[in-house]
Design a protein around this ligand. Structure first.
Ligand SMILES: NC(=O)c1ccc[n+]([C@@H]2O[C@H](COP(=O)([O-])OP(=O)(O)OC[C@H]3O[C@@H](n4cnc5c(N)ncnc54)[C@H](OP(=O)(O)O)[C@@H]3O)[C@@H](O)[C@H]2O)c1
Length: 253
């Protein structure tokens, strides 16, 4: 099968490209640095030629409210038009669990806009919604810094290893389109303030974590349903503790 991975040089994209190539597929890693740009349309029509499946795992360079909305809308419109012209049979996109539940965040509004364009396009599709990647936990914790301490929401979060996301994504890519949404999440839901303590302990940061029910997640108020998956989600096997121990050993942190 010929598969184009938009964002094929990123965290998820590069792992997905390797996974699909190991299974014998003809995979094009598409990104501005490889001459394929979903915003300017550079290289897009040629990339789509003979393509069976397009996987969109691109990410916006700026997360400012209007910039991120413009990115996901323009990129999705350009991709879907190029796919329609080339007769692509399956559009797969990676989105985020709970996006519609967090409308106060510009990033989540942009992901909902991306999903809506896909659903209206007429191209057979599957949207895989993942929870927050373990690799993103550092950034999440830092976003709660207030002075010398962290004031963190105690709402539940169910983060997932990027390797588990890639495994679920590869299965979706190689299956028939479901014209719907599938979820993937980590094996355990943990209060965010507890996740922050575990992360800081292992990374030897002794700044204090205070639970704060009013602390916002990238602008959005949270409850226990905001960042956790539904009951039919596919669950990854990798536990946060094991991933953290392995990655801190590797980076020598
Ligand atoms: N972070 C999370 O916890 C989380 C959770 C669920 C879902 N997601 C979703 O997962 C997706 C992938 O995230 P990631 O962390 O793997 O992203 P990433 O590492 O930041 O990679 C982004 C990729 O997008 C490419 N890109 C940027 N602008 C582009 C353009 N104009 N045309 C084509 N490609 C472009 C980049 O190419 P260059 O390297 O050339 O710039 C790079 O390959 C995102 O859509 C995100 O919303 C994230």
């Amino acid at each position: 099968m010929k598969i184009v991975v938009i964002g094929g040089t990123g965290l998820i994209g590069s792992k997905l490209v390797n996974n699909l190539r190991e299974r014998g597929h003809d995979v094009l890693a598409a990104a501005p640095s490889t001459g394929i740009n979903s915003i300017t349309r550079e290289g897009l029509a040629a990339a789509m030629d003979g393509t069976d499946v397009v996987v969109d795992v691109a990410n916006a360079p700026s997360w400012e409210d209007q910039a991120v909305l413009d990115f996901f809308e323009t990129s999705s419109r350009n991709l879907l038009a190029a796919e329609a012209a080339a007769g692509v049979r399956h559009h797969v996109a990676l989105s985020i669990v709970g996006s519609e539940r967090l409308p106060d965040s510009g990033y989540f509004r942009a992901k909902v806009a991306q999903e809506n364009l896909i659903k209206a396009s007429g191209i057979p599709y599957t949207i895989l919604r993942a929870t927050q990647f373990f690799e993103f936990v550092d950034g999440i914790v830092q976003s709660f810094a207030v002075g010398e301490e962290f004031r963190v929401s105690p709402a539940l979060i169910q983060p997932v290893a990027s390797d588990d996301v890639v495994a679920a994504l590869a299965n979706v890519v190689l299956a028939a389109p479901v014209n719907g949404t599938v979820e993937v999440a980590g094996p355990e839901a943990i209060p965010l303030d507890e996740l922050a303590r575990r992360f800081l302990r292992v990374t030897q940061n002794n700044r204090k974590v205070e639970p704060d029910v009013n602390a916002r997640y990238f602008g959005a108020a949270l409850d226990d349903q905001s960042l956790t998956a539904g009951k039919n989600a596919r669950l990854g096997a990798i536990r946060f503790e094991d991933w953290l121990a392995r990655s801190t050993t590797q980076t020598g942190r």
